[in-house]
Design a protein around this ligand. Structure first.
Ligand code: GTS
Length: 211
């Protein structure tokens, strides 16, 4: 059975879970805390990050953007990327923006776990700027259209929905809803999809000291 190593808050893993659900690909979900020494992640990814997709023969693929490309190649129907090459590139650019926002949110999360005297105000300000700049670009890209790119549900919508809900988990006080009303409606429509409803992110308990 195909297996996905995931974590309850992970926006990167949620993209993969949603794509697998939209394509009706059966898989076993292995929920882990990648920050704890108990995780199996390093056995399947030398970069020690989840998500990791593990095939029946034990081979594994990692890095959510790459995992999604492998899924698209192996199970092309229904497509999660547009057929038009330029629209496909536009969808992948949306994923670059949303992953970049998530990366900044992860860095903010861990900076907040350092002792106050060891936290860098400059570093926090820099990551917050990336979140705000990314959201602004995302809102401009989405506009008031039904779909973020093109007219079919796909990668750009998955990436957009996952980063917005992840914001609520990691940065609940962020004013994105008041700043970008167009993203509020988009998020609500996406969260109503069964593949989103089945993968709502929640925080996890981390036992080990990480920073
Ligand atoms: N670029 C990677 C990022 C994945 C990532 O940062 N995963 C986190 C977990 S989560 O933040 O998504 O919940 C992780 O495994 N971190 C462990 C580590 O960085 O050692 C991807 O897109 O898959």
């Amino acid at each position: 059975m195909l297996r996905l190593i995931s974590a309850t808050p992970s926006p990167y893993a949620r993209k993969v879970r949603i794509a697998l659900a939209e394509k009706r690909i059966p898989f076993e979900l292995a929920t882990e805390v990648p920050w704890d020494s108990t995780t199996a992640t390093p056995r399947h990814n030398p970069l020690e990050k989840l998500p990791v997709l593990i095939f029946e023969d034990g081979s594994s693929v990692y890095e959510s953007r790459y995992i999604l490309e492998v899924i698209e190649a192996r199970w092309p129907e229904p497509p999660m990327v547009p057929a038009d090459p330029w629209e496909r590139l536009a969808a992948r650019k949306v994923e670059v923006i949303t992953d970049g926002i998530c990366d900044a949110l992860v860095l903010l999360f861990w900076e907040g776990h350092r002792a106050p005297e060891h936290q860098s105000a400059e570093w926090i300000a820099r990551q917050r700027r990336k979140v705000d700049g990314g959201l602004r670009a995302l809102a401009e890209t989405a506009g008031d259209r039904e779909r973020v790119v093109g007219n079919q549900f796909g990668l750009a919508d998955i990436a957009t929905g996952t980063v917005l809900r992840y914001l609520d988990v990691r940065f609940p006080e962020h004013p994105w809803r008041s700043e970008y009303p167009n993203l509020v409606g988009l998020s609500a429509r996406l969260e109503a999809r069964p593949s989103f409803a089945a993968t709502v992110p929640v925080p996890q308990v981390i036992s080990d000291k990480v920073v």
